[in-house]
Ligand binder design. Structure first.
Ligand SMILES: NC(=O)c1ccc[n+]([C@@H]2O[C@H](COP(=O)([O-])OP(=O)(O)OC[C@H]3O[C@@H](n4cnc5c(N)ncnc54)[C@H](OP(=O)(O)O)[C@@H]3O)[C@@H](O)[C@H]2O)c1
Length: 283
């Protein structure tokens, strides 16, 4: 008897902007065939770019792409998600899985907008971040209603192609993922900028200071991710008693670094919740 592999599921992207382009690039690099991916976008220039760069089937019609796909990734801005999802409800089949990457759009709102007389597709919310562009993204996933195992596996493989994936049991935890990972590349960029300015104030040129700050951030992240040594131990190892690092860390503590980071994260969560209330309100 000849063994047959199950058919590769097809992924359809609704909105072919920055995030979709990163995901598509990651999937192609991970060996997905271009004909297992397709994308819709109203912009002719965007469609052309995706078709030329990756050889994908593209369409200006979202429903065309939904008809071609097993898993549909909704990658439009949160402000227009309601209009896009509602318009797609009649094109979707309950056997399909929909993955929304929009920050601050809750599963119950998506469920209302995507339901039709046929039923409701499986819905997964995903919160990726921009390092996905380089294949080192971090994504939180949560299934917000009954999603088939195939739908879960396919959604996971999309985001695993561009980095690390964490499944969550509780949708409320996705706001914490926004605070820890989705928004967090910007915190690290801000820290690099602050280090760079500090180096300049101490007499280095801006270029030298920035190169040193970036390389140090990269080195610290690689040490934290590529060894089993706890991060706290790595910190202690560069902190000789009475040395320069100990004095610098004392100043960070005196400035309440923990409290400051916590306030920034609470602000990100609060904004996600306000957006969810605003964009997902029941009429
Ligand atoms: N970028 C990130 O790091 C990141 C991280 C996590 C989550 N997200 C989420 O991902 C989503 C997309 O973000 P993005 O940065 O990729 O935004 P983006 O670059 O603006 O991409 C959105 C794309 O959707 C297109 N579009 C507009 N109206 C449409 C419609 N009716 N049907 C289909 N496509 C339509 C836009 O075309 P036009 O430009 O012509 O309007 C654009 O090409 C957002 O919900 C965001 O919250 C992004």
């Amino acid at each position: 008897m000849i063994a047959t592999n199950p058919p590769t599921p097809r992924i359809g992207f609704i909105g072919a902007g920055n995030l979709s382009t990163s995901l598509i690039g990651g999937l192609i690099q991970a060996g997905w065939a271009p004909d297992s991916l397709c994308a819709a976008d109203p912009s002719e220039a965007r469609r052309q770019l995706i078709a030329d760069r990756f050889g994908l089937l593209v369409s200006p019609e979202n429903a065309d792409i939904v008809h071609q796909a097993d898993v549909v990734v909704l990658a439009v801005k949160p402000q227009i998600m309601r209009a896009v999802a509602t318009a797609l409800s009649r094109a979707l089949h309950p056997d399909q899985t929909v993955v929304s990457v929009a920050a601050g759009i809750r599963g119950d709102a998506l469920g209302r907008w995507l339901s039709s007389s046929l039923g409701t597709p499986g819905i997964i919310r995903a919160m990726p971040n921009t390092p996905a562009l380089l294949g080192v993204g971090a994504t939180g996933l949560v299934a917000t209603n009954a999603v088939s195992q195939t739908g879960r596996d396919t959604a996971e493989s999309v985001f695993r192609a561009v980095g690390q994936v964490e499944w969550l049991d509780d949708e409320a935890d996705l706001d914490a993922v926004i605070a820890v990972a989705g928004s967090a590349p910007a915190y690290f960029f801000a820290f690099i900028e602050a280090l760079t300015r500090g180096g300049e104030a101490l007499g280095l040129s801006g270029e030298v200071s920035q190169r040193l700050a970036i390389q140090t951030a990269l080195g610290a992240a690689r040490m934290a991710s590529e060894t089993d040594v706890p991060v706290a131990t790595l910190r202690e190892r560069v902190t000789s008693p009475g040395g320069t690092t100990a004095e610098a860390l004392k100043a960070l503590e005196a400035g309440d670094l923990d409290g400051l980071v916590r306030r920034a994260m609470d602000a990100a969560v609060a904004r996600a919740q306000t957006m969810a209330d605003e964009f997902g309100a029941v009429d």
